[in-house]
Design a protein around this ligand. Structure first.
Ligand code: NAI
Length: 330
């Protein structure tokens, strides 16, 4: 039996975690969940929102499913999400974006994957006031991290029968930093003759994505562009309630939805568990449980096709009703 860390989060986190655990159990797959609490309530008791016990649990189990955690504002805490990625060296942020049945959006043919470098770029947090009227932020791009993420993107493409990996930079302006990312892509690409190559500037990419997203397959980007573009692509398929994600490193992986803890709908039985469920489906594929992953995905798609949808998708089902329908469809 698999033992998997479950960080059940706060806000809507516990509600959607409960839904996903029930659905996985009903699929027939037994998982031993190592449940770990994190966030503001934990900080009040244990002093920090992400205690060492959670990191130890993920290191031991190697795989975690994570619901959203609120980042307390102005209390001096680092974001739990940023800290997890950094401490566990989860260098690849993976966001598959594919249309869902009966979720109406502007485009009907979106099927792309955003691979974002997760550890450096302007997110290294190296900033200073050069003088009282001038702020500086340093963009770090290393050959090691760039080659590692490009290799990840090409390996992902091969493993998932994708045809093209497109690198996204602004290397015409940032000739050294983005130039190094591009150079790393070109070097790694030589090892994958079966995958099509493509290079695009980030501004052109954004325009083309909103004109016709079907032009793209796998995208690999440095951290900042990846952050922005992956929210844009989440919008192309129906928004936060359905956008899944994963943070993957050499030794462990944390699967989590893109959305936050949605305090405005906490405890109202309104939250859409789809993004966490799709993150769990990707997690099941990662641990080799492909048949259960497909079974759950089919039951979700059938439920949406039957027009059972939560409020954020224009339906009127509660979290509980939506969960029960998926279980029935399994
Ligand atoms: P949010 O994503 O929590 O909410 C934005 C809007 O989308 C809200 O109106 C919310 O009701 C709606 N929404 C989000 N997820 C939904 C779902 N599953 N079903 C239905 N509606 C949903 O963003 P916000 O309000 O900016 O952040 C709230 C807190 O979450 C903050 O403390 C933030 O730091 C944290 N956060 C945590 C993340 C994580 O743990 N990975 C990621 C993003 C934000």
């Amino acid at each position: 039996m698999h033992t998997i860390t479950l960080i059940n989060g706060d806000g809507i986190g516990p509600e959607i975690s409960d839904s996903v655990i029930k659905i996985i159990k009903a699929s027939g797959l037994e998982i031993n969940w190592d449940i770990q609490t994190a966030g503001a309530d934990v900080a009040a008791v244990e002093g920090v929102p992400l205690p060492e016990r959670i990191l130890e649990s993920v290191r031991k189990n190697k795989v975690a499913l994570k619901a959203p955690v609120t980042t307390p504002i102005g209390k001096g805490f680092r974001s739990v999400n940023v800290q997890l990625r950094k401490d566990l060296d989860l260098y690849a942020n993976l966001r598959p974006c594919k249309n869902l049945p009966n979720v109406k959006t502007r485009f009907e043919n979106v099927n792309l994957v955003v691979v974002r470098e997760n550890t450096e770029d302007l997110y290294a947090g190296i900033e200073r006031m050069a003088d009282k009227d001038t702020a500086e932020s340093i963009k770090i791009i290393t050959r090691k991290a760039s080659e590692r993420i490009c290799k990840f993107a090409f390996d992902y493409a091969v493993k998932n029968n994708r045809h093209e990996v497109c690198v996204v930079t602004k290397a015409n302006i940032m000739k050294m930093s983005d130039g190094l990312f591009l150079e790393s892509y070109r070097k790694i690409a030589e090892n994958y003759p079966q995958i099509k190559k493509r290079e695009i500037l980030v501004d052109n990419l954004c325009m083309q994505l909103v004109q016709d997203p079907s032009r793209f397959d796998v995208l690999v980007l440095p951290n900042l562009y990846g952050d922005i573009v992956s929210d844009l692509t989440a919008g192309l398929i129906g928004g936060l309630g359905v956008a899944q994600g994963a943070n993957i490193g050499e030794n462990c992986a944390v699967f989590e939805p893109v959305h936050g803890s949605a305090p405005d709908i906490k405890g109202q039985n309104k939250a859409n568990p789809t993004a966490l469920l799709l993150s769990a489906v990707e997690m099941l594929k990662y641990i080799g449980e492909n048949s259960y992953a497909e079974k759950i995905e089919c039951a979700l798609f059938k439920t949406l096709s039957q027009d059972v949808k939560t409020v954020d998708l224009g339906g009127n089902a509660t979290t509980t009703e939506f969960t029960e329908k998926i279980i029935e469809n399994l």
